[in-house]
Design a protein around this ligand. Sequence first.
Ligand SMILES: O=C(O)CCC(=O)C(=O)O
Ligand SMILES: [Mn+2]
Length: 201
Amino acid sequence: MGLFEEQTFALPLCEGRQGEIRFWPNWLSSADADSLLSQAIDNVPWRQDTIHIAGKAIPLPRLQQWYGEVGTSYTYSNIRLAALAFPDWLDTVRGTIERDTGMPFNRALVNHYRSGADSVDWHADDEAELGPEPVIASLSVGEERVFQMRHTETQQQLSIVLPHGSLLVMGAGIQAYWQHRVAKDKCATAARVNFTFRYMA
Ligand SMILES: O=C(O)CCC(=O)C(=O)O
Ligand SMILES: [Mn+2]
């Protein structure tokens, strides 16, 4: 695993305060990204969760899994995810991200977008369990997809293409003022796996 070129973007929060995005387009070599993609697709016990809207069960347009401290859980959109223990291959990635970013991460939400028909809608990673100013490290492997961000007050927008093996860190304060999504994409046919590493006290 290598640490290549790092880019940073300043994002306005409020009253002159800036948040920071750190982005490594080539955080993993193509070969390491290939093996992480197949490791995840083959070995994560993927969940197909459903959300309930007006009494109807609607399958989430992606598969997912949650890793952390066994016996704890994480709840979003009324879906309770009981933590699985980090397998060694994922714990190695977690530790390398901690080393390269200088930040602690002890949880991971892993998403499997089977094709461009899978997506995640506008949201912020702002559940109370993540603490007041969560820092989120997002590692992408597989099909390139567009990560869109929007400021909830000014509606300023930002789009970042997330290549195979890229690492994007949303710094402190961003979740309170910005939402993000990965929209459906008719041009995307192959699978993508995204790992969002988080810290919970
Ligand atoms: O797939 C992505 O790049 C984003 C995933 C995400 O926002 C999440 O899991 O909270
Ligand atoms: Mn998110």
